[in-house]
Design a protein around this ligand. Structure first.
Ligand code: GLN
Length: 226
């Protein structure tokens, strides 16, 4: 139980999927990572108490629209479809979707994915884009890491996933590589309920001051080496 002051603070509930290093992942039983730290810094700016709720990636937007969570911070890409259900803050990171293959694969770029079996994380932009690959079979996994595991076991030909987690997963596996040519470019932002424009404005103000003070860059640099 916290001090009286703490308990009077309003809670800021963040929905995330803590399977996405270096943005959110577990260290012991604590969720750490870029999003966790940005959210903590935002909560501090707002004088609120951050509470992180870990869930499946495709449960995050429903949690926000139903009011179970105040915001979603999950390396979430801004897409027109999602914008129909939630508002996005200003973006705080640029990202790419990359292709992971076995080191000896003949797949050298996006065009070579035609007709192949491609693994993705369910409900992510990788899933959406892979769906457009001609004649490809898309295998959907709950966790990005499971898709990478399937690739090492030769169950699939490639994985389409966000660039930064890709680096982490490839580092921990053997015999895999990330293709140089990125599949798509995208931007991450925090999602907030459509009717909560007050919180949206507050988060944008907090993000602006974190960008200005250099705190945002500092958090990113802690997790991603240039
Ligand atoms: N950036 C991807 C998306 O928004 C993946 C995010 C994630 O898996 N946490 O769909």
């Amino acid at each position: 139980c916290g001090s009286k002051e703490d308990s009077e603070k309003e809670t800021l509930v963040m929905a995330t999927n803590a399977e996405f290093p270096p943005y959110e992942y577990y260290e012991g039983d604590e969720v750490v990572g870029i999003d966790a730290e940005i959210a903590a810094a935002i909560a501090e700016e707002l004088g609120m108490e951050l509470k992180i709720e870990d869930m499946a990636f495709d449960s995050i937007i429903p949690a926000i629209t139903s009011g179970k969570a105040d915001m979603g911070a999950a390396g979430m890409t801004v897409t027109p479809d999602r914008e129909e259900n939630v508002n996005f803050t200003d973006t705080y990171a640029h990202a790419t979707q990359v292709i992971i293959v076995k080191e000896d694969s003949t797949i050298a770029g996006p065009d070579d994915l035609v007709g192949k079996t491609v693994g993705v994380q369910l409900g992510t932009t990788g899933d959406i884009y892979a769906d457009d690959i001609e004649d490809a079979t898309v295998e959907r996994y709950n966790k990005g890491f499971e898709a990478v595991q399937a690739l090492t076991q030769d169950k699939i030909d490639a994985v389409v996933i966000d660039g930064e987690p890709a680096k982490e997963f490839v580092k921990d596996a053997e015999g895999l590589k990330i293709l140089d040519e990125a599949f798509t470019e995208e931007d991450y932002a925090i999602a907030v309920a459509k009717d909560n424009t007050e919180l949206l404005d507050k988060i944008n103000d907090a993000l602006a001051s974190l960008k200005e003070s250099g705190k945002l860059d500092e958090i990113v640099a802690k997790y991603i080496s240039a």
